[in-house]
Ligand binder design. Structure first.
Ligand code: ARG
Length: 456
């Protein structure tokens, strides 16, 4: 029996039922649905719509239903089209007709909006915890490599030497911004729609401030028409998740490149690599490829849902039921990925020697130009001169440091005997000690800051 059967003379078509029902996935909202109903029952009593005794009977019945859900003994019945219907049906079975008073002034429209917000606030909290763990691992690995020198790239071309810690920590800060965005989204969604009714508000004097506070929201929503169809919080979350995944996809890409045989900068742990069914020598970074690949799916959830929202007229429309699978999938996907990414980072074997031997003299060309600047030349001129040096070295099939000083001096008289000091990767790094730079000293300061964020 459906809850809205009164005006219909025939039951729903079976195919429509399969399309319309959301119980298969919104079952996950049972705890929030029951919590909302408990608070709502007491609010009805507070408004004098039902007696305090009736409210307690309803709350007791809901508590029993909750135990059934928690112990996996809740039995779905025909007509349970969604979690709200199922809980109310069971409540009436348990407490009798008084259970039918619960839905007074309430609609599934304000109910589902409330349940899903509550659920999402909790999901945001647990995602934040997982992100913190990943940050902590990044920090730990970075701390051990403030003195490990590796090539830094722009356009995927060798650019300048950096410390391995600096590379790793760049992802710490991306995640820090993700956490900041997550917190902002969490704060924005802390608005309670319950009491908005189907669209127009409630004719019963329920205390919406109190309902909001009891459910742990910051405040009640300001406009009932907006409240029942506001799914900004879902779009916010899908975006926060997508951008976070984009960051982790870039980390995955770095790990894939650096762990390739050509680079060999890092070696992946056996437990987080996979083999080939044909080629016995292979050690593949499948988890990283899945991180990269699933990012596409997460972005798809965001764009798909925004497309669902874009044409909706005011008020609740059933299109909105699409919100749940999109966000459930996104959060579940992240929940699968994050522990594996975290473990991959934790077990990352950094091959410092391979990193250092990939450094090439041309990565010090900027340092050579800076040398001339220190001798008093404008940078534009020194850049040009070093360009000529690079060309001369290439013509002689020598590296920059192999070029004899006489050849250097033929290009510019500004080159002195002390130019040899430039060809030292560690010295190059050490010099970049401004705030946020790659010098071990600056990176140590960065680590101190990162730790402070982690512990805040
Ligand atoms: N299952 C629905 C959803 O997820 C609940 C709200 C149904 N409201 C309605 N007026 N049919 O959106």
């Amino acid at each position: 029996m459906s809850l809205w059967g009164g005006r219909f003379s025939e039951p729903s078509d079976e195919d429509l039922r399969l399309l319309n029902d959301s119980i298969n996935f919104d079952y996950a909202l049972y705890a929030e649905d029951i919590e909302g109903s408990m608070v709502y029952a007491r609010a009805l009593a507070g408004a004098g719509v039902i007696s305090a005794d009736e409210a307690e009977t309803i709350v007791d019945g809901l508590r029993r239903a909750l135990q059934e859900f928690d112990s996996d003994s809740f039995e779905l019945a025909e007509g349970d089209e969604d979690i709200h219907t199922a809980v109310e049906r069971r409540l009436i079975e348990i407490v009798g007709d008084v259970g039918g008073k619960l839905h007074t002034g309430r609609s599934r429209n304000d109910q589902v909006a409330t349940d899903f917000r509550l659920w999402t606030m909790r999901a945001a909290d647990s995602m934040a915890e997982e992100l913190r763990q990943l940050q902590a691992e990044i920090l730990t690995v970075a701390e051990g490599h403030t003195d490990t020198v590796m090539p830094g790239y722009t356009h995927m071309q060798p650019a300048q030497p950096i410390t391995a810690a600096h590379w790793l920590l760049s992802f710490f800060w991306m995640l820090e911004r993700d956490l900041d965005r997550l917190g902002a989204a969490r704060a924005r969604m802390s608005v309670c729609p319950l009491g908005s009714g189907a669209l127009a508000g409630s004719p019963f004097a329920i205390d919406r401030q109190r309902i909001a506070a009891e459910l742990g929201f910051d405040r009640p929503s300001e406009n009932s028409l907006d409240a029942v169809s506001d799914r900004d919080f879902v779009a916010d979350m899908l975006y926060v998740i997508s951008l976070c995944a984009v960051h982790l996809s870039r980390l995955a890409e770095d790990i894939l490149i650096y762990s390739s045989a050509t680079f060999g900068f890092i070696t992946l742990d056996d437990r987080y690599s996979t083999g080939s069914s044909l080629m016995p020598q292979k050690r593949n970074a499948d988890p990283m490829e899945l991180m990269r690949g699933k990012t596409g799916r997460l972005i798809g959830n965001l764009t798909g849902f925004l497309t669902t929202l874009k044409g909706l007229p005011s008020g609740y429309n059933k299109d909105l039921q699409e919100d749940k699978e999109a966000l459930f999938d996104a959060l579940e996907t992240m929940h699968q990925l994050l522990p594996v990414v975290t473990a991959t980072v934790r077990n990352l074997q950094i091959n410092a020697e391979a990193m250092e031997s990939a450094l090439t003299d041309d990565m010090l060309a900027t340092d050579l130009a800076d040398y001339l600047v220190r001798k008093g030349l404008p940078f534009r001129q020194s850049h040009h001169i070093v360009g000529e040096v690079v060309r001369a070295a290439a013509e002689r099939r020598e590296t920059l440091s192999q070029l004899p000083q006489s050849a250097l001096r033929r290009i510019s008289a500004y080159f002195g005997d002390d130019v040899a000091e430039v060809f030292d990767f560690r010295r190059s790094i050490k010099r970049r000690d401004t705030y946020g730079g790659t010098a071990p000293k600056a990176v140590s300061a960065q680590i101190t800051q990162a730790k402070a964020r982690l512990n805040s």
